[in-house]
Design a protein around this ligand. Sequence first.
Ligand code: ADP
Ligand code: SF4
Length: 690
Amino acid sequence: MARNSRYDILFDPVKIGPVTAPNRFYQTPHAIGTGHQMPHTDAAMREVRAEGGWGVVNTGYCSIHPSSDDSPLLPSRLWDDDDVREHALVVDAIHRHDSLAGIELYHGGSSCANRSTRITPISASGISINSTYPGWISLTQSRSMDHKDIADMRSWHVDAARRAKSAGFDIVYIYAGMSFGPYQFLLPWLNKRTDEYGGSLKNRVRLMREILEEMKEAIGDTCAVAIRFSSDDLLKIKGESMASEAHEIVSMLSDLPDLWDIKSSDWTVETASARFVGEGGQESWNSFAKPLTTKPVVGVGRFTSPDEMVRQIRGGILDLIGAARPSIADPFLPKKIDEGREDEIRECIGCNICVSCYHDSVPVRCTQNPTAGEEWRRNWHPERIPLGDSKKKILVVGSGPAGLECSRVLGQRGFSVTLAEKKKELGGRIIRESGLPGLASWIRVRDYRTSLIKTMPNIDIYLDSPMSSEDINQSDYDQIVIATGSRWSTDILSDSGYPITGFQSNRIFTPDQILNGATLLEPVVIYDFDHYYMGGCLAELLRERHKEITLVTPANAVSAWTSMNNESWRIRGRMIELDIKLLLEHYLIGMDESHLQLTSIYSDSEITTIEAGSLIIVGVRTSEDTLYKELIARSEFSEHSGVSNIKSIGDCVAPGTIAHAVYSGHEHGRNIDKQTSDIRYQVERPSLHL
Ligand code: ADP
Ligand code: SF4
């Protein structure tokens, strides 16, 4: 199909210093949990973005010196010439598709605890800021940089820039944002220096200017030198002659960098989930810059809508459409717009599972794109899947994320697929969960798949069709896939998995019952030991209908796991806003007609009693695997007999996140006709210095 002319502007080339981006799609620097330890994984993941049409593909933050050691997180590294090779591998992969390759050089200053290298952290004035990640706060303070340190900081940038150039990069960044080294010089509360690097704004900007000038001198003939700059703190400081210091900094340096990449200084703000912030949510921090420079400006905003992208360009906000999450969810987003296939875009849902991978230090996972992180080790391409035997008939039972993804993959592979769903609608858990406060965009998990499935002539869909083992046994399918999901349970478990028993009441409910419209007596208590979104979302949902909601949890935070996906503080804030009572660090130990008994997690003797008309338990889920077990019991085949005829996937195997279910469905769709021994799984291996 031809491209919609409305979107032509997105495909204009953009000059960035000595290089030219072929279009305005700009994958901004972002870590993908590979660091310097998994160069093949990194190269393959970046390559599919280039293949998918991103005109610029950047790698992740790259440490320039051992004094910037962010372990246990995984930046990449350019500490010496031996580190160049891994980067060259990635650059070559990006260049194979004629995209520009960018690298974000970074020195973390006092934000790095240097846990591995054990070098005392350095900063403008020895004022430490937390190494921002939960539970990973540095116990080491930083020391003030002297003139030798400042000279070193400049030469580390220049040396790393030269190495980046030799690896083949086209765009090389200095990172003056996100609480890192050069940014710490800009902020008056972190820079208390009385020399020429402190005091006036001109002095605080000096280090950044020197690094920029020296990098341009060293590599500017062939490489663009870009700056990543956080503006939100500086926008709040009134400037001498302009609205803010952020305005003054951009106008002071104006055309010195070849590109301005502008963002928030707080990663949890920059990566706000869709539950709290919509598309284009960074505009208040990046829209001020364009009138102050003739150089291109890029910014992110979880852009998935081409119309919104066009608005950003035509409205003079950005020149390049920056993206991290949308490029993870759909590496082929630009190509789909270019080919008039925007309705095939696998839109990011803003769930931030990808963000949690960075905290886990594992290759990126994505709810929408199960191939993310698997491009090299499993040889999974986000768009192409080898064809299968079109004569093979496959039945998929259940149309939640696992069943839908499996059907989509099998359909794309050419199998003859029947998808049977007992409800009147496709989508499984997505239907109800996307109705929870803030989760509307999660319906994209269903819609992306159903819109493709409905165009495939080799997929028959049967709604309102509960399947029994008798039905299936009388059928002549070659393969059966059971994707019947899971249900919430009222079981209460201790941290060690020990069951807490004695809770028998018709006033105890599961999330399933609440979402089916159960009537509750006041006051309502939610006991949450699931620790993800369900407890908090139900509290929000019910607060609209009930006067009093109390959320009790053994954890020390509401929705405790969400510190991993950067939602935690916003969820707590929302609870405060809505006047939802929180009782943290308590176990539920008893219940009578009108009250619950709780105990502190720290002391059995500290008993608290609270009034409860209804109790909702958000804890564990149980697989809906009866059908699967019946089939296995009747079948002469089993999963353990080589190519299996019957297989369960998704929550039916083990309840998990939607990302787990999509992945499970995808994996089975790919491997349904493979022997276990044929399934590829490559591992990265460190090379040994001799
Ligand atoms: P997952 O996350 O693993 O995809 P879901 O709970 O979202 O699981 O989806 C399971 C789907 O399976 C639901 O839509 C449910 O209605 C459907 N289902 C469960 N049992 C049957 C059955 N016996 N026949 C057909 N569909 C079923
Ligand atoms: Fe978007 Fe969620 Fe995928 Fe991250 S994991 S890219 S937020 S869909």
